[in-house]
Design a protein around this ligand. Structure first.
Ligand code: XIL
Length: 479
């Protein structure tokens, strides 16, 4: 389970691309840079992209600036959309999905956004007759009372989840640990547009064709079988969305399409994905990230991307309108972003998100804010992070921590610091959620163990490379 080491060549390439300190990630199967698009089976693009500044998304265009300093000024802007990709050949593994919504699927209820405590979904694993088995012999390394399961610890308050990539399911120790600790999962890459959009099919049929690859089905079938709930990630994003999707004839060299055509493509994509989920996995998706990372951290506001270029700033509202139209009533709609707690001088991301939520709430289009929470032990302060959870909750929407990881130095001291940092965060969150100060309905970590993380070199997760719990685990467990 050891981490693979970067090669000199890869290191040089990382620097060339601006990915300072790229971390190799243990992964099976093909590793494709998001920009390289889908090849063969529309599989996961699994790009190692570590050592990023706090809560930065390094996925797009390789433009993330290296930042050793974990300070607000070190936050970086990924930019641009994925580069044009080659035509994807049909593989036979990805069947076109159903386009009809089952008539029994209830339409979204037009009610006020849910408020705690009565309307907050109470997470629990549906009864499947399957009892999670113990994959671990937990050792209370810090003299903390022994706990056994993250999701059981927070049952009744919020879901506790992790992202999962298809390769996780090849390792029975990993799947045992997953079932023991979590009652929610998010596909790490397998439900992103570049995984579900098939260029060959779109071109040959002359319309948006969503295909669901076997890796995606593998995860979703496994979740269904084991009674896990799923966060859908992600419908509209500037990154990991093929550039050809925005172009005439779905051609990599085509001109950008008109506003009317793009709205029609957006609707078709959202409809197909949500209908597929409802039809094949009814009741399993409790949340969808409808729009991801639309705002910049600085004063410029909206991120410049193909969605923005073609549709302007209301692409966000349009996406939520379509999502509300096609999502079943049990599926909550989220705006998801990183650096959500940045709010000072010209960096007013929290306020921007609040303003968006207020606008979308007027049409009952949004149910919550997803805080990615790619944090670092030195930034942001636990206090600022926790306060932001409350700020969003006070808008009358749910808050979900969607991609939690905390980078630190890979050392005993670093792990200790990480444990202390997470203790500060979770002691406050646990209390705030219990007492109704915040409306936290789900917390997900971004990976099962350090070696599986997209920021693997900075040991950001709760379990070590041998799947043993770290101090960070006991801190999150709060026992
Ligand atoms: C990351 C995945 O973890 C990587 O495997 C992939 O190469 C790039 O994307 N914000 C998001 C997530 O919303 O989808 C990103 O996931 C991390 C940043």
């Amino acid at each position: 389970m050891g981490k693979s080491k970067r090669t000199l060549g890869l290191l040089a390439l990382c620097f060339l691309l601006g990915f300072c300190g790229c971390a190799d990630k243990q992964e099976t199967g093909s590793e494709t840079h998001p920009e390289a698009g889908v090849t063969g089976e529309a599989g996961a693009t699994h790009t190692p992209a570590g050592n990023v500044s706090p809560e930065q998304s390094p996925t797009a265009g390789g433009t993330a600036e290296p930042s050793g300093a974990a300070a607000p000024t070190g936050t970086t802007e990924p930019s641009g959309a994925a580069a044009p990709t080659g035509t994807t050949e049909p593989t036979g593994t990805a069947a076109p999905i159903a386009t009809q919504k089952p008539t029994a699927t209830p339409k979204p209820a037009v009610t006020a956004a849910p408020q705690k405590p009565t309307e907050t979904p109470k997470p629990s694993r549906p009864t499947t007759g399957q009892t999670p088995t113990s994959a671990l012999t937990l050792t209370p390394t810090q003299g903390v009372k022994l706990g056994t399961s993250l999701y059981k610890r927070y049952e009744g308050y919020f879901y506790f989840g992790t992202c999962v990539s298809a390769s996780y399911l090849n390792n029975s120790k990993v799947t045992e640990l997953l079932l023991e600790q979590f009652n929610s999962i998010t596909c790490e890459n397998e439900m992103k547009p570049d995984a579900l959009l098939n260029q060959y099919q779109c071109q040959s049929q002359g319309k948006v064709v969503v295909t669901v690859p076997s890796n995606t089905k593998k995860i979703l079938d496994w979740a269904k079988k084991n009674g896990l709930k799923v966060r859908g990630h992600v419908l509209v994003w500037y990154s990991q969305t093929p550039d050809w999707f925005f172009r005439e004839g779905f051609r990599s060299d085509g001109a950008l399409v008109s506003r009317e055509e793009m709205l029609s493509r957006m609707e078709s994509y959202i409809k197909q994905v949500l209908n597929y989920c409802d039809t094949n996995y009814p009741g399993m998706f409790y949340a969808w990230d409808v729009v991801n990372e639309a705002f910049t951290d600085d004063g410029t506001g909206y991120r410049d991307c193909n969605w923005y270029k073609i549709l302007g700033e209301d692409y966000i509202t349009e996406a939520f309108r379509f999502a509300r139209k096609y999502a079943s009533s049990g599926t909550k709609l989220f705006y998801n972003d990183f650096n959500t707690y940045i709010n000072y001088s010209d960096k007013i991301k929290t306020t921007r998100i609040c303003n968006l939520v207020k606008e979308l709430k007027k049409e009952n289009l949004i149910d919550g804010v997803g805080m990615q929470a790619h944090l670092d032990v030195s930034y942001p302060s636990a206090d600022d992070f926790v306060k932001t959870v409350t700020t969003f909750s006070n808008l009358g929407v749910e808050v979900q921590i969607t991609e939690l990881d905390v980078t630190t130095t890979a050392s005993a001291a670093g792990w200790k610091q990480q444990g202390e940092y997470l203790d500060r965060i979770f002691s406050a969150l646990e209390k705030n959620d219990r007492t109704g100060v915040c409306n936290l309905t789900s917390v997900s970590v971004w990976g099962i163990a350090d070696s599986y993380s997209w920021r693997a070199s900075q040991d950001p997760l709760l379990f070590d490379d041998n799947l043993k719990p770290k101090a960070a685990y006991y801190s999150v467990l709060q026992q």
